[in-house]
Design a protein around this ligand. Sequence first.
Ligand code: PEP
Ligand code: MG
Length: 758
Amino acid sequence: MNTTAVSASRKILTRLHDVMASRSHAQAKLNTVVEVIGECLDSEVCSIYLLRESMLELYATRGLAQEAVHVTRMGVGEGLVGIIAEDAEMLNLAEAAAHSDFSYRPETGEDKFHSFAGVPIVQRERAVGVLSVQHVDPRRYEEVEIETLQTVAMVLSELISNAGLIDEEDARALGAAASGPEQLRGQTLVKGLASGQAVFHQPRITIEHVVADDTEAERQRVFHAFDKMREQIDRMAGQAEFGVGGEHEEVLQTYKMFAYDEGWARRINEAIDSGLTAEAAIERVQQHTRLRMRKIDDPLLADRMHDLEDLANRLLRIVSGQLGTAATSGLRSDAVLIARNLGPAELLEYDRRRLKGVILEEGSLTSHVVIVARAMGVPVLGRVRSLRGTVREGDQLLLDAQQGLVTVRPAQGMIDAFEGRSAKHRERQAAYAALRDVEPFTLDGTRIKVMVNAGLREDLANLSHIGADGVGLFRTEFQFLVSATLPARERQTRLYREVLDAAGDKPVVFRTLDIGGDKILPYLRHDEGDHEDNPAMGWRALRVALERKGLLKVQARALLEAAAGRELNVMFPMVSEAWEFDAAKEVFDSQIAFLKQKKKLLPEAINYGVMLEVPSLAEQLDLIGPKISFLSIGTNDLTQFLFAADRSNPKLAERYDWLSPSIMRFLGRVVKSLEGCDVDVGVCGEMGGRQLEALALIGLGIRRLSITPASVGPIKELVREIDVGQITEAMAGWLASPPENMREALTAWASDRGITFD
Ligand code: PEP
Ligand code: MG
């Protein structure tokens, strides 16, 4: 805004402030508004059209025939006014009648006016009306005047909203119809189908007051909000999700650039000087930027625009004190959550009955937020570009996380087709459910153990319905992630006991705390200044536990007490060298000694195992083998370390294949080197839950898979179609001489034998 624009707007807003505060009827206020604007802009005509019953109705005018008020109506997309509402963009024309969309309305008596300018009145990013001016002289309106009209349109939006002049549903339906359906592609991170309304994890805030009472106070509010936002951005640099390089780094740099951009702050201050509140000023500047950017067709700039939108939204949330996420305000209907990215703890805050799906701009198969979603049975589509540019809050969405597709604002035919697919999907699920009590034997009689990964209290309720052989991985850190404070020993004991009760006579493998990496506990911060450049390879899991022995001691006591009189299976994560297992077991031994001394009941049997996630342990299997009962290969971490490819970096999400000869050979060697030891070898990474990958693992000699509950049915079905002898032989051949594409070779092998995949 330049100084003339500021003073023109200020003059109008000062007068509108009194109109807004008056106790008169909404219609009377609108009548006054058109007079004020007409006078101040020296415009012969000023009119307000508002959406009513899906039409734009002339609600108030100065200069056009008064008989036309509440009589003249235009469809959205019809005439100049209709075009402005449809595109939510302004028009500025020296000769209105020369525009191809001009639609002459004789009852208004507008034929003597030549020039025309109009701006949309926007609510929740949708046009709900149009404010227009007309003049006898054929002249284009100056930028100052357009700016002023846009500012006034914000005030009108508040007036309309307070007076309840617009039917929200009407506006929403119309917005959807105007934008039409669109489809976006992404990567399926958790399979499934879902439909619901789009809910933004970081909701756009609603601006309640547009015209300021005290300009100086508004300036102060923005000043403090900027301070706070800059502090937040600086702090983000120290957090794992943002500090790890790649895409996150770029985002952070852009955030920083905008957050410290004096030009941005100055424009907001100028908008405040024109009479707006802090919130309205931020939004006003943002609208202006949006319009400018819309004209530039450059995907890179569009990305940066999203970053700026994020930041403006953050600033708005700070200034208005509306700090919660969509989880804080609660989901009101079936919802599909939209976010750039999420932490696992943030996802867990949502109401699981209403959360039907998640769509992320980033995300990768093995990031923990995705693992949590998988555990919750919520389909996730990731890596969807231009997501937040296309989807608007409240849009109807059809999420097809089988085919990696989301349909935004679907037409009725699309909804019907989707319903048909959902019905088929449910049929398949029912067929899997029928396998619940069927033991998974292969065609040649090998029993494959199919266990589940769990970690949430809610997982337990499902345990008996799934038909699994037990819990092969209980991620104890989930309790810590969903808690605001460090869970006390009694709370831990209670949860573990409930897990064992729910599992009945089936085994449960408790993994000791695996925190750090992308599982950050805000209440367990590192020492100040302990920033980690590579948290996944940093101070995490057993490394934390062996240094902060108090944590492991408490957990050991909780596990031992919970399993009193029963069998206890304990597994240590991220063991890199054999001595780390010894050190961790010592902690358990000392707790056992303590409990013995106190004459407490101990578990009936304790089996210890380790996860193989760090490649170095593969070189010490002969040392550790005799000491452990079982080994579980955590392929999520193992592959990130084998390929040196961060599991949560979206840029690398599709780069390496689990069916790569490197991984196959590595796993094959691990299985071989433990032959002859009495060690039960299994896989508990995400790959075990995918049918083709599971086939390969069985071919490598793996007989125990611990997988996500939703995969139990599909994997059991697969097992019953396999001949172990044949796949073992085929796999041995491929390991010795890898095919060009292992995935294709396996698929062809399976299809030759009539094995089909879900
Ligand atoms: C793994 O790394 O494969 C694993 C199962 O552990 P998490 O995914 O919890 O790191
Ligand atoms: Mg792991």
